[in-house]
Design a protein around this ligand. Sequence first.
Ligand code: FPP
Ligand code: MG
Length: 301
Amino acid sequence: LFDLSAYLEDRRALVEAALPRFLTPAGGFVGPLVAAMAHSLFAGGKRLRPILCLAGAEAVSPGGKLELEPLLPVACALEFIHTYSLIHDDLPALDDDDLRRGQPTCHVKFGQARALLAGDALLTEAAVLCLNPEFGNGVGPERLMRAARLIFQAAGVNGMVGGQDVDVAAAGRQVDLATVEFIHRNKTGAMITAAVGAGAILGGGDDGQVQTLMDYGADIGLAFQIQDDLLNVEGDAAALGKAVGSDAALGKATYPALVGIEAARDRARELARRAAGLVEPWGEAAAPLAALAGYIVERSV
Ligand code: FPP
Ligand code: MG
């Protein structure tokens, strides 16, 4: 049986060791800005998107074996983009949250102006990380370009930012399930899908494999946000390192608000089962992805 917790621990350590190589504390005039970026980037987090990227590459590699080092810049770029989105999401103009990853949010600690710019800078540095032509060891410029395009498309209007905008517009209004699903698939699902898809591209997957892993990503991406909604209703704030109950207070468009807790949980589990079913025929190489699908809907943090 596949040992997911050992796998997650190992991959998380790899990402934790790589992140400081790509964001080194700086002195001089930009020192305070980099400190604000580092505050949020190094505050913890599951590092799920980088891990999904690595797992996507492993899934298309014979026996699940490949050298992970060349993938780390793109894997870490995903975490830069994710962290930027959290910093901006927590700002008073959006969710107005004080706590994230168990730490004061970036704007609480550094002020709104610097938090806004720290997010901007993380997004921009993510592009610099992805588009490094020195990237060696078999990940050539062609794969890199395709992976980067996938990631930045997912981050933009037709993905995370677009979904977030619809989410903001829906707050306090009565919306239907199709709208909630659009929001979830875009604000959260798009980057999760791109993480797995970019991994598949970097790992040398063929078009069919990349498509299968994008379908897998779309399912677990929606399931992930439904579980996030559920944890906001019934999760433990101390363990989560962020506030609970805030979605209801803000009148947010969530799955449990619309269909109830039981139906939301059933839907998340059904999506996870379907996702796992897509990769199970690949055997050992995709064992991490199959296990991750279950983890995403059973997690408590
Ligand atoms: C928690 O991730 C975050 C989400 C479920 C995503 C919600 C979507 C946004 C915040 C998009 C905001 C977009 C903009 C443009 C402001 P996680 O549970 O993986 O957190 P962790 O990394 O701390 O573990
Ligand atoms: Mg929020």
